[in-house]
Design a protein around this ligand. Sequence first.
Ligand code: KG4
Ligand code: ZN
Length: 335
Amino acid sequence: MTLLAIETSCDETSVAIVRDGKILSNVVSSQTKLHAEYGGVVPELAAREHLRNLIPVAKSALHEAGILIGQLDAVAATQGPGLPNALLVGFKAAQTVAFALQKPFVGINHHEAHLYSPWINEFEKIQPNISLIVSGGHTMLVLMESELKHRVLGSTIDDAAGECFDKTGKMMGLNYPAGPEIDKLAEQGNPAAFDFPRPLLNDASDDFSFSGLKTSVRYFLRDNAALFADAQKIRDLCASVQTAIVEVLVKKTIRAARRNNVRCVTASGGVTCNRALRNELQRACEKNGFTLCLADKSLCTDNAAMIGILAERKLLQQVSLPSLDEEIKPGWVLA
Ligand code: KG4
Ligand code: ZN
């Protein structure tokens, strides 16, 4: 089965061609430079940029895969959650292609696509696991019992971990998105230099909260303005903030895995590119005898391949599909 997938939920325009579980192409055009000037994603600009980029990106994806549009067997797109106008561009384009070709159309939940991205190429190996989905828009823990059978255990009650990286980075004067920059600067910083709260670390729930940590960094910078002049202190600050975020993510993930008696932990979403998070998850899983399965870095941030691969699995398993009249679901919550 050959499938074209589109992802436009936020600030990446992406089109992928997948065939029989393999990624033939996965073209991502990132808008981060455009939004950096504003310190965050501007929804209207994101939608306009998707409109501008979608056809060239789709042409590149088809060309790279060596596929003609008439050879497609199905079309998929992100249906939600995401920025409404941004979602609309990719979703309606995908429905139109499906309509013109008279082929099935699959609408995919963006978080569900992240959830399955560690298993791309090896869906048959799925075993019960606890999955940490950690991105700019969400942070959640999911119990996956088997393929397409999963349940959300907890979510962020305010900011997502990626948002905390981006907003604290902005306060330090770093460009959007600040997560990758904090990752780099933290490498040469002292993680014990400054002490920040670990919100909900010992809370009985599997929920997360990062807004308190963000606020404490704001007050810390207000009270220590001289720190901006010292590059090493900024590196120490990055390392200290990153350590607080990573400690909460790792400890709560391991605790959920123990409680639910699974032997496997997975992680996906943009923040899973973070080297400290990858290393600490690895260390904690080894210590507790869990297998760790991380999404490949190229598939952690938003991309259409994860949408296409999951859509193909759903088609194969004959999960009921949305009609071509169906609309986007900007607030679609993964259950
Ligand atoms: O999954 P994603 O591409 O988009 C959403 O679905 O939100 O995640 C983007 C987020 C941003 O907040 C970005 O700062 C963060 O992932 N991110 C990182 C790193 N790379 C991307 N955060 C920390 N360290 C990184 N290396
Ligand atoms: Zn995402």
